[in-house]
Design a protein around this ligand. Sequence first.
Ligand code: HCA
Ligand code: CU
Length: 385
Amino acid sequence: MSLDTYHIIESTLREGEQFIGAQFSSEDKIRIAHALDAFGVEYLELTSPLASPGSLNDLKTVAGLGLNARTLTHIRCHRDDAALALDTGVDGLDVVIGTSSQLRQFSHGRSIDEIIDLAAEVLVWIRAQAPDIELRFSSEDSFRSEERELLRVYLAVDKLGVVDRLGIADTVGIATPMQVERLVSTLRRLTTADIEFHCHNDSGCAVANAFTALEAGATHIDTTVLGIGERNGITPLGAFMARMMTVDRAAARAKYRLEQLRPLELLVAEMVGIDIPFNNCITGFSAFTHKAGIHAKAILNAPETYEALNPTDFGLTRYLSIAHRLTGWNAVKARAEQLGLILADDQIKALTHHIKALADEKSLALDDVDEILHLWANGHEIHAS
Ligand code: HCA
Ligand code: CU
């Protein structure tokens, strides 16, 4: 298990740039890089310098910012790509090549033996040029690759002794946690390099799969802010943090500045023209709201009764909703106390019945409840008919 020593490879500036709404300017990239660095991620992955002249320049700029986070760029398994990338000042290269039959046939047209030969040539060459650079080799579409062939590639690459990390990519988001467990633990057993896991969210398993990868021995997890990426994206940074906080709160708090999460998400959301979803982990608008009277009562007594995460860890607050038919008198009483109103418990209970009856007739706002509380506190009791 590597649940407290994992590293985040934050790919908003690479995978995230592949999101339909992303068109980051140089200034945007610098702002995102600083914000991610302030949050505390260990790595930033940036688009290949071959993508465009602007990408090359921006890569050099971000690599030269002097961030705490290490900078990586993502390149094809080509010597020319590597040569250009080595010239940019990045701390590491993430080399990738497709290994599934789909990608071998329709993307680069190489056999498994040819992939092994090419990987050896490119990786050994990179290591000779740059003895200190961090070097990762990843298969693409790992879970639709034939397992025996995939392992042949990983073992051959590991044996070269030149890569720091082997990457696994669930490129089309089809892996199940059990498949992830199996592949990661097999690699862990058979190879010596660190293991990186990159997971798309097409079938909604990205966070679970990332977590399972860590449990099985992975050391590095790829994320993007709000999960942006190709199609519906990859493991979201915030949801991954939520997952890790429920496992080891102290470790996650020590590693990352969690109160920076919301500003970071707002920054990226605005740049790519999206809203933060209502059910987003941690920062969605209903993430720390409580409604049913039974929940509200317990939350007032001890928030951990119905909260796995503490909003204050993220610089956020919880909200108790009381203006509806599911409300309870304890929550209404707490609101009266918040307003500084003196009401006996019997009054609060009667008043709560009144609110419930009213809420059956029409939708209420907090203002309506406050008005009722004020009226009753001033002796103008109105009972539901
Ligand atoms: C891509 C594919 C990739 C690579 C992942 C990785 C994927 O867009 O180039 O290199 O870790 O999902 O397979 O993002
Ligand atoms: Cu991807």
